[in-house]
Write a protein that binds this ligand. Structure first.
Ligand code: ZN
Length: 154
């Protein structure tokens, strides 16, 4: 960090402490050139919410995970990669714009389901069967029935 007094770039951190509910780290630095002290603030450069897992653990939003999940569901299906990437972007943007600090992981699962529903029936059912299996098999059957009925009307 360049010293605001003498522009030297060497400094040492003399004190580090969190502020603003741990959202910001405040570092007190001492310039190795002129020995004067200054303060820097460090914050996470993203506004994506943390993902709260079923067991209560929090983990950072992972775009790669969504992308690979979608790709897996769409494997050997006539779905262009651009479509999958666009869907991933859309999910990420929606979460970003929600402005929430934390979201349950089920919200991501639901968002992926909704995206696949529009992309490819087989991919949707593939993902749904895995995703829903953690909840209720009957739900999957209802889902499949509805899907068949919806397509039948077209
Ligand atoms: Zn200095």
């Amino acid at each position: 960090m360049r010293c605001p007094f003498c522009s030297a770039i060497e400094d040492k951190v003399v004190d580090t402490r969190p502020s603003d509910n741990d959202q910001v780290i405040r570092r007190r630095r001492e310039c190795l050139g002129c020995s004067r002290r200054f303060t820097t603030y460090e914050r996470v450069d993203e506004i994506l919410p943390l993902v709260v897992k079923k067991d209560g653990r929090r983990e950072p939003f992972d775009r790669a995970k969504i992308l690979s999940g979608l790709k897996k569901a769409c494997s050997k299906r006539p779905v262009p990669v651009e479509v999958i990437e666009k869907a991933t972007d859309q999910i990420e943007r929606t979460l970003e714009e929600s402005g929430e600090k934390e979201i349950p992981s089920s919200r991501i699962g639901d968002a992926v389901m909704a995206a696949l529903h529009d992309i490819d029936d087989v991919a949707y059912v593939r993902f749904a069967s895995v995703y829903r299996s953690f909840r209720d098999v009957n739900e999957l059957m209802t889902e499949l029935k509805q899907l068949v009925e919806t397509r039948g009307r077209k």
